[in-house]
Design a protein around this ligand. Structure first.
Ligand SMILES: N[C@@H](CCC(=O)N[C@@H](CS)C(=O)NCC(=O)O)C(=O)O
Length: 208
């Protein structure tokens, strides 16, 4: 199995953490985003969207979309379960993961493409108002997750799950690359984040 990614890119990191949790062996293939390798003809044959991550299965089939790849991996390697075992837990983890993706990842993405690092690449026409609105939205959602994590050790239910992976990668990327570190008074979110950093799967991909 091969994972096409780029060190530090957030969506492949979700899959790297997932693979580590499941102790699945794979080969990491570097797609150099800085050099635009994701737009090469060779890579577009694996993913027409020109985005990473892409998983190449042992049969040579390709899947893209980080969460879809993780779902495939869960189906192939059901234990330990990261998408839930009971009907209720499956629904709960899906619900919470969607909260993370739709309310947080989307806004962090808007802040990223309108922020200074992408600005220097000159690939997109930037919108300063979109940046301000996205930053505000991210801060608002952080507060909501902080309140929710005051009553729970995990993002969904009583165990570590895909929803924790999604939230951890989002907060880490936003803190380091988008200048959106959670404020110090969000103690529950910060404590949850620091606890996840101790997990072997996350420590493997975490930056110093
Ligand atoms: N929704 C997709 C997003 C994929 C995505 O945006 N990947 C980024 C890296 S984290 C990428 O390939 N960017 C390069 C580009 O857009 O040219 C997923 O979850 O996999």
């Amino acid at each position: 199995m091969k994972l096409y990614g780029y060190p530090g890119a957030p969506n492949p990191r979700k899959v790297e953490i997932f693979l580590a949790e499941k102790a699945i062996d794979y080969e990491f293939v570097n797609v150099n985003l800085a050099k635009g390798e994701q737009r090469s003809q060779t890579f577009l044959q694996k993913n027409l969207l020109g985005k990473i991550p892409v998983l190449e299965t042992n049969n040579g089939q390709h899947l893209n979309e980080s969460t879809a790849i993780c779902r495939y991996l869960e189906a192939c390697h059901p234990t330990p379960s990261l998408f839930g075992e009971t009907a209720f837990d499956i629904g709960l983890i899906e619900m919470r993961n969607r909260h993370v993706e739709l309310s947080l990842w989307m806004q962090i993405g808007i802040a990223w493409v309108n922020g200074p690092i992408v600005g220097k690449m000159g690939r997109f026409e930037q919108n300063p108002m979109a940046l301000t609105q996205a930053e505000k939205a991210v801060r608002h959602v952080y507060k909501r997750f902080n309140d929710e994590l005051s009553a729970s050790d995990f993002v969904a239910g009583t165990d570590f799950s895909m929803a924790d992976i999604s939230l951890w990668v989002a907060v880490d990327f936003a803190s380091r690359m988008v200048a959106l570190k959670p404020d110090a008074d969000l103690t529950h979110l910060t404590a949850w984040f620091d606890r996840q950093c101790q997990r072997a799967s996350i420590a493997r991909v975490a930056h110093p």
